[in-house]
Design a protein. Structure first.
Length: 96
């Protein structure tokens, strides 16, 4: 277990990601690649992924996520802001 190390890469170019369709069928087909089902506490999230605290769906971005980013959960229609949670992992906070 590591990850408590603070990232000094705040201003570094963001890594980009190519998303694939994980079969998340609760949103229209063209948006499916932006979401996937969460596999539970043992499911490690990628730097471009954040968990919706409301419906526990993983929101995926084409770029690395950083604190302050706004994301939208189409599954429960929540607007979220990316924050650093306990343990230094990225989490999402509900804006409204
Ligand atoms: Zn949601």
């Amino acid at each position: 277990m590591s990850g408590s190390e603070k990232s000094a890469a705040q201003d570094a170019p963001r890594q980009r990601y190519v998303l694939d369709d994980r079969g998340f069928d609760e949103v229209p087909k063209k948006y499916r690649k932006f979401y996937r089902r969460w596999g539970g506490p043992g499911d490690e999230l990628e730097p471009n992924e954040v968990l919706c605290p409301i419906c526990k769906v993983v929101i995926r971005s084409t770029r690395e996520l950083r604190p302050g980013d706004r994301v939208y959960c189409m599954a429960c229609m929540a607007r979220l802001e990316v924050i650093v949670g306990e343990g230094g992992r990225l989490e999402a906070d509900v804006i409204y």
